[in-house]
Design a protein around this ligand. Structure first.
Ligand code: PEP
Ligand code: MN
Length: 361
């Protein structure tokens, strides 16, 4: 890996700032031995920040909920003996005070906490006057403003170094991901807050180690500033998130295979070709808009016709036939089911909106 751009981690106290920052460590701290063993191995493969969950937000009670502040003692040993920065999740004010007391270098806010403005505000207030970098994971639900709001609360408390972690979003639908990426959300976040470092968490996004390489590469191709990956010395016996954790050696192999591409180039031939291709894309996009307009005009005509005949807007069977047919067509045109069905769901929604307006006029 090599230098890609000016470090967005200026002032974060990291030693290496000229490549995507690598944060790794177990989902949970489980024992002093597990923490030290994992940390020493991660240090040897060049990981800069050691992560471990001390308090675990679990979906249901009576699961392993973390070792509590005792684990911070072990993390402090990691900091002292390996020189790595240490990082943990805080979910309430007590966690904040404990983390600060034990000298945690970077704290992160978990997805469930980001989704809760009351909790976010309490955490932000507890951090007032403290100079510690804070990473804010995306909320569990795909709500960009909720994510931005959480970041604003932390910044509002005077925290100078705030980053975002993209860990994906939960859905009711079953997908190949544990949490679907929805890459357009972090991209838009970055447009709204350009200076914010963006880190990808492929572990919670993929939910299984087989997806780590692919997701990490995609994040780097989208110019993310860092990765947070769960790594455990013995993933098979991990007390939480066992399936998505890799050994430090497996992590080293993943990092080794990652390709860091340049953000910019001045090669004229490349720029010319890119420009031509982008013009073609612009033409396609304009065609798409015209076609969508034509389609919606027909929907509106149907809406008027339904109104005259006193028929309801929604005919679920017809709609399901359309989506099924298009998903099949999409497959034979190299378009994923996920993509085609979300495009057609959006088209359907717009069509319903148009017809509703007509019905109620
Ligand atoms: C974690 O990082 O271990 C964690 C609980 O993540 P998330 O908040 O993304 O679910
Ligand atoms: Mn985890």
């Amino acid at each position: 890996m090599e230098k890609i751009n000016n470090s967005p981690f200026e002032g974060w106290g990291l030693s290496k700032q000229d490549r995507p920052v690598m944060i790794a460590g177990p989902c949970s701290a489980e024992s002093e031995e597990q923490v030290m063993d994992t940390a020493v191995q991660l240090k040897s493969i060049g990981v800069e920040v050691f992560r471990a969950g001390i308090w675990k937000p679990r979906t249901r009670p009576n699961q392993f909920e973390g070792v509590g502040s005792m684990g911070l003692e072990w993390m402090r040993r990691v900091q002292r003996e390996t020189g790595m920065k240490i990082s943990t999740e805080v979910g309430n004010v007590k966690h904040v005070y404990d983390a600060l007391r034990y000298g945690v270098d970077i704290i992160w806010i978990g997805a469930r906490t980001t989704a809760n403005p009351f909790a976010m505000q309490e955490i932000a207030d507890a951090l007032r006057g403290v100079d510690i970098p804070v990473l804010v994971k995306n909320p569990v639900n795909p709500d960009l403003n909720l994510w931005i709001g959480a970041i604003e609360r932390i910044k509002g408390a005077g925290i100078r170094h705030v980053g975002a972690i993209h860990r994906g979003f939960s859905t009711f639908d079953k997908t190949r991901y544990r949490n679907i990426p929805q890459w357009q959300l972090p991209i838009e976040l970055k447009q709204r807050i350009p200076e914010i470092p963006m880190i990808c968490d492929p572990s919670h996004m993929g939910g299984k180690k087989e997806l780590l390489q692919e997701i990490s590469q995609k994040a780097l191709d989208l110019n993310y500033d860092g990765l947070m990956i769960e790594s455990h010395c013995y993933p098979a016996i991990a007390k939480s998130d066992s399936e998505q954790q890799v050994t430090p050696a497996e992590l080293a192999a993943i990092i080794d295979k990652l390709i860091l591409r340049d953000v910019n180039t001045s090669n004229p031939l490349f720029l010319l070709t890119l420009d031509e291709l982008r013009q073609k894309i612009d033409i396609c996009d304009e065609k798409l808009i015209r076609i969508l307009h034509e389609r919606m005009s027909i929907s509106e005509t149907i809406g008027r016709y339904k109104k005259e005949n006193n028929i309801t807007i929604l005919q679920a069977g017809r709609w399901k036939d359309i989506v099924d047919k298009m998903v099949e067509k999409g497959k034979s045109n190299d378009l994923s089911e996920e993509f085609v069905s979300s495009v057609f769901k959006a088209i359907h929604q717009e069509s319903i909106n148009k017809q509703t307006t007509i019905m109620n006029n």
